[in-house]
Design a protein around this ligand. Structure first.
Ligand code: ZN
Ligand code: ZN
Ligand code: FE
Length: 756
């Protein structure tokens, strides 16, 4: 009987190289008895198949619906092609061309199959700490250049042994063309050293055993991971955690934890189904969870009951927990204070030598540094705080651009982004650019991105802030003749949400953050914008208040508290206190007291008025403590509604301050007042959104800004808006905080260019 036969040419774009796509296609073709070939080229993967129509259909269907775990298909096109009567299905040599792919896979945790082999004493990779396959392991962190093959990665100095080569060459094998594949014979090796670089052991089992012993003994270990070194201590050991804080010069900012299993985590933290999913995801992020039992040292997160925790993702980390399943470790980025994460071997001893007692090191370089990513969930919706390992450099699919664009981001929680063709690629979280070392990493990472993504910026976008380091970088490009576009900070915030959620319409954008340079030169951060990608109007904002001493007030938040009180009640509030009198003088004479209207600073001030924070070591500290306090509040204090007034609506902060002081004078509990403050703020926000809905006939609200990392406030505002039937947009793959700046800047610039 004659059977209908088909011949197709299939092109696939997306993250399809270095993720086992070719062996997957090969095995699938075998399964359906198809002939033809598959090859990688600079555009992605190209497949030719011939065979029975129904088999070809089924083949295509499975390519679409069941690709390898790390693959991300952005586009599949197929067309009929001339019948060539292939005799077999083969994997062809890759073709070279000068166009480079914009898809580089991110780093992911070791997969279940590799882990099974890792713990199988009959397997040739038993306890080999660099076991990997086409479905897992390091990628972005070891790629030096493109096209992606072993010679352009940090694996180039480890030639494959015969056994590994065989697997590498065999299309059906799970390690077919797995560039980072290795074994104990040919691959990288671990070593355990003391801080004077004296070798203690180079046997993996010994190292794991010894490491666990040191940790239980209260020692600090520097352990090389995927994107850099971690500093590890036993999280249940107060002295060890305190010592780490002291040596790292980090008094408040919480340390991340690592536990061996969900069971261990569940023994002291609450995990929801969504949070479980996030913990187990291949990106293996840090997930912020609520503490239920005091298992770990208070010093892990002083005064906070939300702790960041992750599951192990490197084989060596798994081995540590196999040695002691009950272990709970602090695993914090290996750096000092706000400096970038350390990833070089020599650098590790230089920089961490006075922090760590011992080093677990290996002889493969980390090409691209990255921290662990941080996520949290509110009402079972996941949100990103820090986008780095596991997520970078997965691109955002966007409208096409003819010219390459670079957005330099903002100076806090910085990353940058590039746009070419129809993608936007964001760099990993780089950090706060105040530190010259971080600025250095910014430059080298930018250079690396320009190389691996073959980008030559033709347009540069920056914040409007005149004194940002990121603005200075943009100015350098401008001097080289590039067109420069400046984007207002909060417009970029809202635009990033529109892009993240692929919405193309005007919205009520609510941007609450700590600092953003406003069009009037003042510090904005309590903004209601009517915005689309292209333009915005400031429709409402919180009222201005002075920051006595400028930058100094951001650390010494009591100054902000005093300024709010001064603004509300006048100067006679603190007679006789010389420190405070000095500030009142600054305020009276209007000296060095820049005006701001940011909700982040309002949180600082209220926190100070309630006596929760006097001064802080990190930006969000006062607000985090106030949130903690609010969650402990039980009593519902009566709220008088606050409505904004004016053409450009202004929410008068003095109503909020008055209300808080009234509660204080009535002798209400600080926790109840903190709770009342959150509710008052949420109500005011929803009220303002309602007025704007009526004024502008818009019912979609987009939320952005670091203030929304306050989960209680986020919950209240989301609930309030939903109750009033607003359509709510929150970012899914982009942080609320300034980690969204670069994306937002690019999006605005693209819209502006398109509208010219
Ligand atoms: Zn694997
Ligand atoms: Zn080998
Ligand atoms: Fe911001």
């Amino acid at each position: 009987m004659f059977e209908k036969r088909d011949s197709w040419l299939i092109r696939i774009n997306g993250i399809v190289q270095g993720v086992g796509f070719r062996p997957f296609v090969y095995n699938l073709a075998e399964k359906y008895g198809l002939k033809g070939f598959v090859l990688n080229n600079t555009e992605g993967v190209t497949i030719r198949v011939e065979g029975k129509s129904c088999s070809v259909e089924a083949f295509l269907q499975e390519v679409r619906t069941n690709p390898p775990p790390l693959a991300q298909i952005s586009r599949i096109s197929n067309e009929r092609s001339e019948f060539q009567d292939f005799k077999e299905f083969s994997v062809e040599k890759s073709t070279a061309s000068d166009k480079r792919t914009t898809f580089i896979p991110p780093d992911t945790g070791v997969c279940a199959e590799c882990l099974r082999e890792f713990f199988d004493d009959g397997d040739r990779r038993f306890h080999y700490p660099f076991i990997t396959c086409t479905h897992c392991g390091p990628r972005f962190s070891i790629i030096e250049d493109i096209p992606y093959d072993r010679e352009t990665t940090a694996m180039k100095v480890f030639p494959l042994c015969d056994d590994c080569q065989k697997e590498y060459d065999l299309p059906p094998d799970r390690r077919f063309h797995t560039e980072p594949t290795a074994c104990g014979t040919c691959g990288p090796r671990l070593s355990l050293l003391d801080r004077d670089r004296k070798l203690i052991s180079d046997d993996t089992d010994n190292i794991a055993r010894q490491t666990v012993e040191y940790l239980k003994d209260g020692k600090i270990l520097a352990i090389k991971g995927v994107g850099g070194f971690h500093l590890a201590v036993d999280a249940t050991n107060d002295e060890a955690v305190d010592l780490l804080r002291e040596r790292k010069r980090r008094p408040f900012k919480p340390f991340a934890l690592m536990s061996g299993s969900l069971d261990t985590i569940e023994s002291f933290l609450h995990i929801s189904p969504k949070e479980t999913e996030m913990l187990l995801s291949k990106e293996r992020p840090i997930v912020i969870l609520k503490e239920t039992k005091p298992l770990v040292s208070r010093s892990v997160a002083p005064e906070l009951t939300f702790l960041g925790v992750m599951l192990p993702y490197t084989p060596f980390q798994h081995l540590l927990f196999a040695n002691d399943p009950s272990l709970v470790l602090v695993m914090t980025s290996g750096n000092i204070s706000e400096e970038p994460i350390v990833c070089g071997n020599d650098e590790a001893f230089d920089k961490l030598g006075h922090i760590a007692d011992y080093f677990v090191n290996f002889d493969r370089d980390i090409v691209a540094q990255s921290d662990d990513s941080v996520l949290f969930a509110v009402d079972e919706e996941p949100y990103v705080i820090r986008r780095a390992k596991g997520f970078v450099p997965v691109p955002v699919m966007s409208s096409p651009t003819l010219r390459h664009i670079l957005a330099t981001g903002a100076d806090l929680k910085n990353n940058f982004a590039i746009a070419k063709d129809n993608v936007i690629i964001q760099s990993q979280y780089i950090g706060d650019l105040e530190s010259p070392l971080t600025a250095g990493v910014y430059r080298s990472t930018l250079e690396h991105f320009e190389k691996i993504f073959a980008v030559k910026p033709e347009i540069v976008v920056s914040d409007m802030h005149p004194n940002y380091f990121s603005s200075a970088i943009a100015a350098e490009y401008e001097q080289m003749g590039l067109k420069r576009i400046r984007v207002q900070h909060h417009h970029a915030h809202i635009a990033s949400v529109l892009e993240d959620r692929q919405i193309d319409e005007k919205v009520i954008g609510i941007a609450f953050d700590g600092t953003g340079y406003g069009l009037d030169g003042r510090i904005w951060g309590g903004e209601f914008l009517i915005a689309d990608r292209n333009s915005f109007a400031r429709a409402a904002h919180f009222s201005y208040f002075p920051l006595p001493g400028g930058e100094k007030a951001i650390k010494e938040v009591w100054r902000i508290g005093l300024a709010l009180l001064y603004n509300t009640f006048g100067k006679d509030l603190y007679p006789g206190n010389p420190k405070r009198a000095m500030i009142v003088q600054l305020l009276e004479k209007n000296l060095n007291s820049p005006l701001c209207c940011s909700v982040g600073r309002l949180f600082d001030g209220i926190s100070a008025i309630l006596g929760v924070s006097e001064s802080v070591s990190t930006e969000a500290e006062a607000a985090q403590k106030l949130e903690e306090l609010a969650l402990a509040g039980k009593k519902e204090l009566p709220l008088s509604p606050i409505l904004p007034v004016g053409d450009e609506l202004v929410i008068d902060n003095s109503f909020i301050v008055r209300q808080v002081v009234e509660w204080l004078q009535k002798g209400e509990e600080p926790a109840d007042i903190a709770r009342g403050f959150h509710k008052l703020l949420a109500n005011t926000t929803v009220n303002t959104a309602e007025i704007l809905r009526n004024r502008y006939q818009l019912s979609r609200v987009a939320l952005s800004g670091g203030v929304f990392h306050n989960r209680f406030l986020l919950h209240l505002i989301m609930k309030g808006l939903a109750k009033k039937n607003f359509k709510i947009l929150t970012p899914r793959d982009t942080p609320f905080n300034d980690g969204c700046m670069a994306l937002g800047q690019i999006v605005v610039a693209k819209a502006m260019l398109a509208s010219i």
